[in-house]
Design a protein around this ligand. Structure first.
Ligand code: DGL
Length: 277
């Protein structure tokens, strides 16, 4: 391999780390830039035109500053609306998106009752409706738009406690019973949610399959990188793995420790917040 690819992973916050972790397993020698748009978090309640404009503008800047070879939009809320615009605007740059894993859920369910747990934005999208019509027409699908779970996942990653009652209130609508059948698969349609999956399993009304698409997204990214750059190969200096935050804020000690566990070093703006533009 002559060129070590640089992969940009983008999310509104820390949820994209669930995708990053899977890609790194398959491509340990690539160079990584993780960008969290924490200044825009949460994306779940943004209006569609404003969100498209924001993500396009950020991509302009990120591409100009870092020249990535591939971009992974590790965010369902953004992917389900912005991907077509990105692909038209940068036709030669590969974009890998993250969209609700409705197809695998519909294939795996036995009860034919599935739930899609995402942000209010994702569950309201035409994109999601189309996936249901295409792949899950034979299932009863419950859409659950959570306003608070992504924020809980952020708190958790910042080392803060999230109460069981708060989590239960958000996941409870996923559990449905109808004529002797009950939900047996829940799509984690927000990349933040796998960060809390152990809590979900512990607090679930009954056992279900929690479907996290991150491994499949990683396989897709790896396949595209293979096609363009050849298989992952070691050699030379260790590739950098940097995290940046659009707020420019210095991460708290627990967050820096969390990022370090993912092998990421944070680059931040050392200008005091009061003096930043
Ligand atoms: N992680 C994002 C997703 O996959 C969204 C979280 C948010 O900003 O609301 O949808």
């Amino acid at each position: 391999m002559t060129h070590r690819p640089k992969v940009l992973i983008f999310d509104s916050g820390l949820g994209g780390l669930t995708v990053f972790a899977e890609i790194v397993k398959l491509r340990p020698h690539a160079e990584y830039l993780y960008c969290a748009d924490d200044a825009g978090f949460p994306y779940g309640s943004w209006k569609e035109p404003e969100l498209i404009e924001r993500v396009m503008k950020l991509m302009e800047e990120l591409i100009a500053d870092h020249a990535p070879d591939m971009i992974v939009i590790a965010c369902n809320t953004a992917s389900t609306i912005v991907l077509p615009y990105l692909r038209v605007h940068w036709p030669t740059l590969p974009f890998v998106g993250t969209v609700p894993a409705i197809k695998p859920a519909a294939e795996r369910t036995r009860s034919k009752m599935i739930s899609v747990l995402g942000t209010p934005g994702t569950v309201a999208r035409d994109y999601t409706q189309n996936l249901i019509a295409q792949f899950a027409a034979h299932c009863s699908v419950t859409l659950v738009g959570s306003k608070r779970l992504a924020g809980f996942a952020e708190s958790y990653m910042h080392g803060e406690r999230v109460s069981d009652a708060d989590i239960v209130a958000e996941i409870a609508p996923c559990f449905k019973e109808e004529g002797g059948r009950r939900t047996d698969a829940v799509v984690l349609a927000c990349t933040h949610y796998p960060l809390l999956v152990d809590e979900f399993k512990r607090l679930a009304a009954w056992p279900v399959e929690w479907i996290d698409p991150a491994p499949a997204i990683a396989r897709r990214a790896d396949h595209l990188l293979d096609e363009r750059f050849g298989v992952d190969a070691a050699g030379g200096a260790p590739a950098s793995r940097v995290a940046i935050f659009t707020s420019g804020a210095c991460p708290s000690a627990p967050l820096a420790a969390t990022l370090a566990r993912y092998g990421l070093v944070c680059e931040f703006d050392s200008t005091p917040a009061s003096e930043r533009a």
